[in-house]
Design a protein around this ligand. Sequence first.
Ligand code: AMP
Length: 604
Amino acid sequence: MPKNIGIDLGTTNSCISYLEGREALIVPNPEGARVIPTVIAQTHEKKRIFGNAAKRQAITNSRNTIWGIKRLIGRKFNSPEVREISKRVGYDLVEAANGDIKIKMGDSLYSTEEISGMFLGYLKGIAENYLGEALGDTVITVPAFFNDAQRQATKVAGEIAGLNITRIINEPTAALIAYGQKIKKNGLYAVYDLGGGTFDISIVEVNGDIYKVVSTLGDTFLGGSDFDAQICDWIFHEVERETTVDLRDSRDVVQRVIQIAEKAKIELSFDQETLISIPYLHHFNDGTNYHFQKKLTRSHLESFTMDYIERTQELIRTSLNDIQVKPEQIERVVLVGGQSRMPLIFAKMSAFFGKPPDIQINPEEAVAQGAALQSEIIRGKVRDLLLLDVTPLSLGVETKGDSFTRIIERNSTIPTKKSMIFTTITDNQTTVKIHVLQGERSTASGNKSLGFFNLVGIPQSLRGIPQIDVTFEIDANGIVRVSAQDKATGLTQSMKIQPASGLSPEEIEKIVEDAKKYEEQDRNELRLVRDKLQLKEEWETVKFYYQRYIEKLSPHDGAEIDALISRCEEALKGDDMALLETLLKKMKNYRNVINSILTSEFSK
Ligand code: AMP
């Protein structure tokens, strides 16, 4: 059975984990590092590089070194957060026609999903290489406060990377799952997660093997890089005081100083003071150079960053107030995220909760470990752990060829809202039937029908042109509302369903077991339907152009295509998968021949 993995896709660093028995282990990168900088770059030689290699050359190639992508994903160009980050990064951000962000790397513009997808592809390669086999499923974590667009975009990025994403889960939840084996007592647990770019506080109620997230609160713009920025500010202020030169506008200098500031910050987690030394920081017009050298103490750093730590404390207070819980009622506190290694945070949290926090699992690895565990919980390999407040079964719609397209995945925490864009399958189709289903089978007919409705009045156009936005929304009570909207006209239809009610855990288990049993059969059935549809499409196209451009084809090609058209017609009546696949390959070849004729015709 291929190994599943969990990915903590961090703002600054990422981490990959997999399960060996019940133990979550870390996949190191080829250099042996257990956390991998979330950085991508295109070198001057137009080579794409990732991780440490990309981070190392950031100073000399800041325009083409992309970092902090997690702060941009799923956001619109015109948001305050994006304006803020564009000031900090060395690369260019451009507004796409639809208001999305495009990132310039080399001579090309990429969406945030593409960039994130490239990076996830790199992680996939590392994992495959290390594990020596193709991967099974993947669970990716996101901050608890990520909205649907950010979650969707992360999932899309995973799909671009060719990963089979079975779930996007919240980082604090993942951390507690990792601690699950060490947590023996029932009660309320707090997860304090301060990473490179985001902060989350989650309160989780543990009752036996049942984990229930009772409160989460966070700030998507508060993290370790803000701490680095404070040190940078201090350095630039000191430089200006000594030289009257303001270096804040020079991108390459800022990148260089940020890296040095981060290094100093980490050193101050271990030592009381550190020497910051930046040779050749500035060249004066008279040919002389300025070298920066100054001592920074831990207490200095603490005074720069106290506001951030207090802000996290404020959010914890609000979070506890929301559920009317006092700090001393919290059983244990778990620290997660690299920035939580700062000694002042440990001290502040000890004082706040009246007990020292847990740091048994490396704070930078706990989330990935939890994600790996969760990927196996979904597969059913790890059983004695259940997450509450989740949808028991997947919800979705029927699509072409008896397929079931999942829109809300089983075990998604609720309330939740997910959308997907669909289109028409025949020319001039004016009605779309939305058939809502629940279950784990990949065929529509293998799942439970919850009802259907029609979206009528779609303006006539070619198949594939209309954009129908289908939205599933589950409220806290488990009530599902499904709506479909034609994006061009705004025309909307919807229905309300009471899902899952009445299904006992045994029934749910049976549905999942059945799904597994039928997996192979469903896959074959779907492949057959898909192959047939594809062949039919190719056959129609080739036949159409063959009749029009017969005189342009060589006699050999003409005769071959003619024979192929008849063979396809016959094959489409049967279920011989091998034959369908052979013919499909041949048809695709001839489609290319026809395409080249069309290209030369149109370029005349
Ligand atoms: P993460 O997103 O969890 O990988 O956290 C990354 C952040 O943790 C970065 O801002 C790092 O600078 C910071 N970090 C890592 N190790 C330490 C440390 N020992 N002390 C303080 N901050 C750290």
